[in-house]
Design a protein around this ligand. Structure first.
Ligand SMILES: *Cc1c(COP(=O)(O)O)cnc(C)c1O
Length: 414
């Protein structure tokens, strides 16, 4: 294919939106403002800019020790160091009714690359993939690059952002390669109950499709539902689990993730499948060896107190966010977040005078108040907003105060 024909095909099939793309446009809009307000970003999901969201000291120390040992300056096997694969298998098996082995685990450059591997391994011409709406745009992009048709199913705000299972049944066909679930959820902050996950597994089984579950926010659950890994249904359906250190350990820049086949029945264990996965990893090369080598100690030596503190902070900041939102009439939160670091709120444009849609709202808010929130359009839901609440509480309160001032300035005069 000519390169231009290929690019045109991309343009027609890909959602050309990326969160980073919109984010940088919003930042430019702030730069154009003539006020002197400091920028507060509730836009990107990287809490490391706030000192209260800092990884555990022991985690940094382990990486330094590992680097200084001088033993990890060489290449690792492209699928990952054996001790790293084994440590992640043991870590994930803690919550499963069967044991994963190191052969089930492949080390990737963050969860992002594990997403790409998942789609690349399953894609072939004429296939389609079921993605949540609202969702995480990287899935749309990966699918478009592999020429896999994207079919969106809705998450239902009035049911705590549960999956619309009926929609899934009507969207799926014999060419469906996978159903993607994000739990705990970005952008909705959902944490699915055991029973809902069970229904998802039953639906996938009926349709004969693989489930790709994104558990990058695994264990970041602070509401009433505990985190249950999808892998508990591994005996019923083939499951690919993707995750990383990025969110739970607050080290998104370390680029350490995993692609895991939760597969006690051996669907992915066929020699041809294993060979194909390994070949693809030969192309990828894997993350830095010394970070990989630090993983076994990172997993065993991080204190429970660190995880508890993170959850307490997220619970607190999500409470602050939801409380302040109640004072801003033009936005409404249909479901308080139970996990992850983001939530969705609905815009009521009928209360606003000169705002045409979510994108207009976000650009004017950035320009006038130096507050960045992501338009819902970026995650597939027009006239909603995605708010990242993993933010220092005082900055969050200030951002909400400015949003309230913004509302007052733009409120419809009756
Ligand atoms: C942040 C995020 C990722 C990417 O994780 P990395 O480890 O930083 O690559 C993947 N999926 C979801 C839903 C995310 O929010």
């Amino acid at each position: 294919m000519e390169i231009e024909a290929f690019v045109n095909h991309e343009a027609k099939t890909a959602s050309t939106i990326t969160i980073r793309g919109i984010f940088s446009l919003l930042m430019q809009s702030v730069d154009a403002n003539d006020g002197d307000k400091s920028v507060i970003s509730l836009g990107l999901g990287d809490p490391t800019i706030y000192t209260c969201f800092h990884t555990a000291d022991v985690v940094q120390k382990v990486v330094i020790d590992t680097l200084q040992s001088g033993n990890f300056n060489g290449y690792a096997p492209t699928v990952g160091l054996l001790q790293t694969r084994r440590a992640i298998a043991e870590y994930l098996s803690r919550d499963l009714p069967y044991k994963l082995t190191s052969d089930d685990v492949f080390i990737t450059s963050g969860c992002t690359q594990a997403i790409d591997v998942s789609v690349a391994m399953l894609a072939h011409p004429g296939t389609n993939i079921l993605l949540p709406r609202p969702g995480f745009p990287i899935y749309d992009l990966c699918a478009a690059f592999r020429q896999v048709e994207v079919r969106h199913y809705d998450l239902l705000p009035e049911r705590g952002w549960e999956v619309d299972l009926e929609a899934i049944e009507s969207l799926a066909d014999q060419n469906t390669i996978a159903l993607v679930i994000i739990n705990p959820g970005n952008p909705c902050g959902n944490v699915y109950s055991y029973n809902h996950l069970k229904k998802i597994a039953e639906t996938a089984k009926k349709l004969g499709t693989v489930v790709i579950v994104d558990e990058v926010y695994g264990h970041l659950a602070f509401g009433s539902n505990p985190f249950v890994p999808m892998g508990v249904f591994g005996y019923d359906i083939p499951i690919i689990t993707v995750g990383s250190l990025s969110k739970r350990w607050i080290v998104p820049g370390w680029r350490l993730g995993w692609f895991v086949t939760n597969d006690p029945c051996g669907t992915f264990r066929k020699p041809k499948v294993v060979e194909r996965i390994k070949k693809y990893f030969d192309i990828l090369g894997g993350p830095a060896t010394f970070i990989q080598a630090a993983v076994p100690r990172i997993i065993t030596e991080t204190e429970e107190g660190f995880f508890r503190k993170t959850l307490d902070m997220l619970k607190h900041s999500s409470d602050v966010c939801c409380k302040e939102i109640q004072d801003i009439p033009c936005i409404f939160c249909p479901h308080k977040p139970d996990g992850s670091i983001t939530m969705m709120v609905k815009l009521n444009l009928s209360l606003l005078d000169d705002i045409s849609d979510d994108i207009d709202f976000c650009f004017k808010l950035a320009k006038e108040e130096a507050v960045i929130v992501l338009p819902g359009t970026a995650v597939g839901l027009k006239d909603w907003l995605r708010i990242t609440f993993a933010v220092d509480p005082s900055a969050l309160e200030e951002a909400m105060k400015r949003m309230k001032a913004f509302y007052k300035r733009h409120a419809k005069k009756w």
